[in-house]
Design a protein around this ligand. Structure first.
Ligand SMILES: [Zn+2]
Length: 151
């Protein structure tokens, strides 16, 4: 029996490091952009993998092709961020990275951006409140790990 597998668009995604001290990452089309400020904040590969996996998830889920107007609807945007976190954790796990690192990456970003919430709301906001997001990421990391043992 033959099974046809179709490739995901994200397989074609490229990642570009941008010399910009602001702590941010984004995706547009099939391109992922990571600012050097964020890369410097997360020298741990597992934490940086979460950032890239989150952006790949946006591409897979079609979020990076939506118009700016579509991205302005708060509740829709929040649901997209939750979906990108949920899928991103599973992508990083399958790629051999520790999904538990997502919560610590989030905590570092929140700490670095405190007093400047607008940075967090830049291109891919709004997220949940930082503590709520870290809790969610830790819960999803544990769940993703248990799913992985079923294979
Ligand atoms: Zn996002």
């Amino acid at each position: 029996m033959a099974t046809n597998l179709t490739g995901q668009d994200a397989c074609k995604a490229s990642v570009t490091l941008i010399a910009d001290r602001h702590i941010n990452a984004s995706s547009s089309g099939n391109n992922i952009f990571v600012n050097s400020g964020l890369e410097n904040l997360l020298p741990n590969d597992d934490e940086l993998a979460f950032i890239i996996a989150h952006e790949i998830a946006h591409i897979i889920l079609g979020h990076s092709k939506l118009s700016r107007d579509a991205l302005k609807v708060h509740d829709r945007r929040l649901a997209m961020e939750v979906a990108a976190d949920t899928l991103g954790l599973r992508l990083m796990l399958r790629a051999g990275y520790a999904p538990e690192s997502a919560a610590s990456a989030n905590a570092k970003i929140a700490h670095a951006a405190r007093g400047s919430i607008s940075k967090l709301l830049n291109l891919h906001g709004p997220y949940m409140a930082p503590k709520d997001r870290s809790t969610f990421l830790a819960q999803q990391a544990a769940q993703a790990g248990s799913e992985n043992t079923l294979q």
